[in-house]
Design a protein around this ligand. Structure first.
Ligand SMILES: C[S@@+](CC[C@H](N)C(=O)[O-])C[C@H]1O[C@@H](n2cnc3c(N)ncnc32)[C@H](O)[C@@H]1O
Length: 196
């Protein structure tokens, strides 16, 4: 059973202020980059929830995407991302709780945001994703492929429990062990694509 942690705005803000961000890959997530590379229509709206850093947004921009929204609950995280992306005008910054945002997105990119939430909120996460996906939208990303032996965050999981969770709310197009993860996460990621 998971211990209920107060993973609120204050908690995340403190971590970003102290640069206590061990999850930071310091590069774009390779599975996400590979997915982005094959998208033909660059006019789609993209949301990066729990963004934490700038790499995926920068990658999207360089690939020609312009309708990019970055959401993080921590003002410090957003401020740091803004500095890094200063030259890329037009990116939308949402300093708010993901669960409070509105709008519709054609693509939502998941990377170590799901695992940062208390598992109690996992169903709410998937429901919220359904809520903010456009009719033809896709939720695409990576999830940890195993449980951790320590108290999270991050909170892990396995492919079977993810399938059980997502299948009742979204349509699972792909959910499989990832073969092109960045080195620190090699053999411990599930790649998935879900739609409505
Ligand atoms: C584990 S970090 C991952 C950051 C980034 N996605 C990455 O892969 O490096 C989780 C991020 O989600 C943000 N976050 C946590 N809860 C949130 C919420 N309810 N709404 C929006 N952002 C949240 C945190 O501030 C943090 O930047």
């Amino acid at each position: 059973m998971y211990i209920m942690q107060q993973l609120n705005a204050e908690y995340w803000e403190q971590r970003h202020q102290k640069n206590d961000t061990p999850w930071h890959l310091k590069d774009v997530s390779q599975p996400l980059a590979t997915y982005i590379d094959q998208i033909g229509n660059k006019n789609i709206s993209v949301l990066i929830p729990g963004a934490g850093h700038y790499h995926e947004a920068k990658y999207l921009w360089k690939k020609g995407f312009r309708d990019i929204a970055i959401c993080d609950i921590s003002p410090t995280a957003i401020a740091k991302i803004k500095v890094k992306l200063d030259e890329f005008k037009g990116i939308q910054y949402i300093t708010d709780d993901f669960f409070k945002i509105s709008g519709k997105y054609d693509l939502i990119l998941e990377q170590t945001f799901f695992c940062a939430l208390n598992p109690y909120y996992r169903q709410t996460y998937v429901e919220k994703m359904k809520d903010i996906l456009s009719d033809s939208g896709k939720l695409v990303g990576v999830l940890f492929a195993s449980h951790f032996l320590f108290e999270g965050p991050p909170y892990g999981g396995d492919i079977q429990e993810y399938k059980e969770l997502f299948k009742n709310i979204l349509h699972i197009k792909i959910m499989e062990l990832c073969t092109n993860s960045n080195k620190p996460r090699m053999e411990n990621e599930v790649f998935f694509i879900c739609s409505k």
